[in-house]
Design a protein around this ligand. Sequence first.
Ligand code: NAP
Length: 258
Amino acid sequence: MPDVTLRVLILGGTGEGRALAAACAGMPGLTVVSSLAGRTSAPLRPDGRVRTGGFGGVAGLAAYLVAERVDAVVDATHPFAATITANAVAATATVNVPLLVLRRPGWTAQPGDNWHRVPDLASAAALAPELGTRVFLTTGRQGLAAFAGVPGCWFLIRSVEAPDPPLPEPSAVLRDRGPFTLAGERALLADHRIDVLVTKDSGGPAAAAKLIAARERGIAVVVVDRPAAAAAPTVATVDQAASWLRRQAGGRQPGQPG
Ligand code: NAP
C-alpha cells in the first residue's frame, strides 16, 4: 500500500502560520509540522507538531526536507523574514518539493493618512527627525541600531522580546505583543505625546490599529517597504493556502492526477 499521506512543513512564526496549522488539523490525508525560529521565549504555539530552531541555511533545510520526506512546504513566515523565505525557495528547488508562499497583503494609505514610504530602516532613521521629536518605533526587536545616532528625538520602542542593543537614546522600551486595540493605541500615542510613528509594512489586522490612531491624531507615519517578493507561487489568505494543500493531497490519492 503506497503512503498517500501528504507530509507538510509550514514555516511559521505568524498568525497565518498558526491559522493554517489549525485548518490542516481537520484535513484528512495530511501530516503537518510547523517550524518556528525559536526567537521568542514564550511563542504562541501552532496546533499539531512543532519543531523549533534554524535548519542551517539552504543546505540544512534541503537535508531536512529529504530526511523527513516532506511533500509540500508552505512559507507562512513574516513578510520581513526574507532570509528564511529565500532559503525555502532555494532548498525546495534543490530537492524538487512544491513550495507555496502565504503572504498577507501590505497596508495601503487611506484618506487622511500622512505616510512616508522608505526602503529600509536606515532611511526611516534619517527621515524621522525631520517629521517630529517623539517617535514610536514599532519595527521589532532587530535593526534598532539604525536609530542609535539619531539626534533630537525621544523613542518609545515596542517589541515582544527585549530589543537588541545598541538602542537609540533617550528611549523607553515597552514589551508587548499584539493584537493591539484601537483604544490602547490611542491612549499610547496620547500618553507619550507621540508625533511620529515608524512601522514596517507588515500588513494584517493585528498591528493595524496604530495606523488608525495615527490618522486620527494627524501624525506622520514612516512606513518601511517590504523586501522583494519571493520568486515562488504566492497566495494572500489562509483559505487559499489550505485549498492548495487540499489539491496537493488529492493528487496523492491512488487513481488521481498529481
Ligand atoms: P529571517 O531573518 O528571515 O531568518 C533568519 C534565520 O532564522 C533563517 O536563516 C533560519 O535559520 C531561521 N528561521 C527563520 N524563520 C524560521 C522558521 N520559521 N523556522 C526555522 N528557522 C527559521 O527571519 P527573522 O526576520 O529573524 O524572523 C524569525 C521568525 O520570526 C520567522 O519565523 C518570522 O515568521 C517571525 N517573525 C518575524 C518578524 C519580522 O519582522 N522579521 C515579525 C514577526 C514574526 P537557518 O538558516 O539556520 O535555517
